[in-house]
Write a protein that binds this ligand. Sequence first.
Ligand SMILES: Cc1cc2nc3c(=O)[nH]c(=O)nc-3n(C[C@H](O)[C@H](O)[C@H](O)COP(=O)(O)OP(=O)(O)OC[C@H]3O[C@@H](n4cnc5c(N)ncnc54)[C@H](O)[C@@H]3O)c2cc1C
Length: 418
Amino acid sequence: MLKYDTIIVGGGAAGLMAAGQSAESGAKVLILERMSRPGRKLGITGKGRCNITNTAPLAEFIRQVQPNGRFLRSSFSNFFSYELIEFFNNIGVKTVTERGGRVFPEGGKAVELVKSMTSWCKNKGVTIKTEFRVNSLITEDDYVVGVSGLFEEKGKKELISFTANKVIIATGGVSYPATGSTGDGYELAKSAGHKINPVWPSLVPLVTEGTKARQLSGLDLRNIKGTVWIDGKKTGEDFGELSFTDFGITGPIVLSLSRMIVPEVKENKEIIFSIDLKSALDDKKLDNRLLRDFNEKGNEPFRKILNGLLPKVLIPVCIQDTKIDSDKSGHQITSNERKELRKWLKNFNFKVTGHRPFEEAIITVGGVDTNEVNQKTMESKLVKGLYFAGEILDLDAPTGGYNLQIAFSTGWTAAQNY
Ligand SMILES: Cc1cc2nc3c(=O)[nH]c(=O)nc-3n(C[C@H](O)[C@H](O)[C@H](O)COP(=O)(O)OP(=O)(O)OC[C@H]3O[C@@H](n4cnc5c(N)ncnc54)[C@H](O)[C@@H]3O)c2cc1C
């Protein structure tokens, strides 16, 4: 059996960071990656641009992470966004900070960042073995001493084992399984006695009832407020962009609110996603605006006046929903009709009936219970020498660079103590 100091299972964001850092401390390191090259998911992040982190302060960062952001306090204190940006600058990846504190590589190419990280690992002496799917941990008493798995080459499969003093599981979650993350790590963790909290897809588009969304497919709305009502109770809201698709709704505010919606869909609760199309105006201001429009364009038909209020494709939907006669002139619109229109503009509602699958989810909620992992080292509290890093841990956050920072910080932490 070939012997290493540290074996990293999974060559994604967390695995590459853990590997390079371990090698930098002098360890003999092996990455075992089941795909033909490392960093497949990293290479498609941020719509191909890779939003590596966010400049939000530490307290805000921790607040964004669920279900237990405090687990990351120690990790973030040692290796946070400033250190990550410095790290990338040092390996030749300059960065830019954009709206909302989102940090990207200056070159705008996620695949280039993957190449830089992979070269950094190789230059530090890390061995990367691809097409190798780890399927079991080798343990002795309470210690991990290696891993076994299948190496696949030209259709032939070979069972190989490697030994090490330290094994870091960085196999990711189950979202976008085509990138290699299919949940294998959960089985490995379970075999070591770890509790896996229920997993579900998050940052995922939502399916809505009926054909209204399909009718609007391709329409992108900006500066709108989305409010989620579950069984009549307001449970969340967000402000920003939303898009319509053939099956329902997507876009930044839908993805972020999906975290609370997905488990409720499973419970068959009544979920309404309400869109406020005029979130900058309260009811009074909106009424003044409508009065002004209807007076100034008093002789024009209602359907034409709506041009100044709504994107074109929304006009027939508005007329259909409010049941206001589209030929009525501005002067003829009654105060009750104005009230109806205001209600519609502030509550353009969609019933959520489902969500898209893991194949389309940006992140996995759930995973290895952090109560059984040492937050200062990422070492298992159950099996010595076994470590976890990245999305396999039950930690997740909204879009904005938070999830990659979690992967990089936990990868960095797991690499210490060689
Ligand atoms: C489309 C998309 C866009 C995203 N954009 C962003 C973004 O811009 N910013 C952000 O912060 N987050 C983003 N994320 C989330 C982010 O990519 C993940 O949180 C992050 O990649 C997790 O890193 P990881 O190393 O834990 O897991 P992964 O990156 O999933 O890596 C796990 C690796 O383990 C390998 N593996 C799995 N099982 C085995 C096994 N049995 N044996 C060997 N190897 C194995 C896999 O092949 C994979 O290479 C995005 C996610 C998606 C899907």
